[in-house]
Design a protein around this ligand. Structure first.
Ligand SMILES: O=C(O)c1cc(C(=O)O)c2c(n1)C(=O)C(=O)c1cc(C(=O)O)[nH]c1-2
Length: 358
């Protein structure tokens, strides 16, 4: 099988590229490997994830945010030139802030709180996936062990981040009713910080990668960093989307949330063995005018997508959630356990809106 992301041929790597060619080659690595291409991000931005899957992303990514200044302190420690350090130290200030309550890490905690987490649970990092920890730690080790050029080149993914951030913020605001502009405030500052940092890093790399070997190292460092980002999303996808196999000790929906959220969705108002039903006065109807199904509740109407209709058509006050997932698994020839996770998330979401009960 051909590798989906081929590495440029070795003979090409033996030629000295002009600084412009080097930049183009680095940009090409991003165009093929940056994490905007990952299926998990596509789902996140297109509004295809449920609230718990968005929570899993926010929780895991906190570890990346928390370790970025540790990584930058390690880069700084390798710089023997004060003028370089003067520029680089700003990155640490951006993330740590100048005072408590300030800075990027704090803003990420606000994002995590915005989706329902308790701050202490997020800061403890106890629920993150091992793969998140491994890949973030690998980034920190990389900048300690490799040359300064490689350490700086590994930050070049930031050249590509403004595009993904704009897409993410617009997509999440449009597609998730539980996401507000305030929740995503972390990204506002990144839109100016990332280009500033990336401009400096690319200028440094173009100036210092003066042999084919050094240019190859810079490209490999950027490839490595793309992989650091990519593997984090692989792990999220595997654990929380499909097949939905959460490793031991990793976050389980319902845990680590502030009390009222935990009560509402938490360990599940509705669980696998429960028999869900529509409360009195709530009905599933086909709206002929608009040509779609809706859930009619007193003085409120909820538009339903095809998945919600498929689930709600099976809610009859007799079947348990497990039975419903089993029926859907038969119809769609899919794995019952995987479907059940989605069905539970959907039913619990409706329960918080008081249009479903058990
Ligand atoms: O939202 C994103 O997709 C994204 C990507 C990246 C990146 O490309 O590494 C960073 C960030 N965000 C970010 O917020 C951040 O502080 C950051 C620091 C660095 C770095 O390598 O030093 N990358 C990134």
């Amino acid at each position: 099988m051909t590798a989906p992301f081929p590495t440029p041929k070795t003979d090409e790597s033996q030629r000295l590229l002009s600084p412009e060619e080097l930049e183009a080659a680095l940009r090409d690595i991003g165009a093929r490997r940056y994490h905007n291409l990952h299926p998990f991000h596509r789902l996140l931005h297109d509004g295809k994830l449920n609230k718990d899957q968005v929570r899993a992303w926010a929780l895991n990514r906190y570890y990346y945010q928390a370790m970025i200044p540790v990584k930058d302190a390690a880069v700084l420690a390798r710089m023997t030139d004060a003028s370089l350090r003067r520029v680089w130290r700003q990155r640490i200030v951006d993330h740590d802030g100048d005072a408590p309550g300030d800075g990027g890490i704090e803003r990420w905690l606000k994002l995590a709180e915005g989706v329902g987490f308790r701050r202490d649970y997020v800061e403890s990092t106890q629920g993150i996936l091992s793969a998140t920890r491994f890949s973030v730690d690998a980034y920190v080790h990389f900048v300690k062990e490799r040359s300064l050029l490689e350490a700086i080149a590994s930050s070049l993914t930031e050249m590509f981040s403004p595009t993904i951030i704009s897409e993410r913020v617009a997509g999440m605001l449009k597609n998730y009713d539980f996401i507000t502009k305030d929740t995503l405030a972390y990204f506002d500052k990144r839109l100016t910080q990332a280009p500033r940092d990336a401009d400096f890093a690319i200028a440094y790399v173009k100036q210092h990668a003066t042999t084919p070997e050094l240019q190859r190292q810079a490209m490999d460092a950027l490839t490595f960093k793309c992989n650091v980002l990519w593997t984090q999303l692989d792990a999220l996808y595997f654990s929380y989307v499909a097949p939905g196999m959460t490793p031991p000790d990793a976050w389980i929906p319902g845990t680590g949330l502030v009390a009222e959220v935990a009560q509402a969705v938490g360990t599940g108002t509705i669980r696998s063995g429960d028999v869900p039903r529509l409360p009195r006065g709530v009905r599933l109807r086909h709206d002929e005018v608009r040509g779609q199904h809706v859930l009619l509740a007193p003085e409120r109407t909820f538009d339903l997508d095809a998945n919600a209709v498929a689930v709600l058509s099976l809610v009859d006050g007799q079947r348990s959630v497990r039975d419903i997932a089993g029926k859907l698994a038969e119809t769609f020839a899919a794995d019952r356990d995987v479907i059940e996770v989605d069905v539970l998330a959907m039913l619990n979401d409706l329960a918080t809106k008081r249009v479903l009960e058990r």
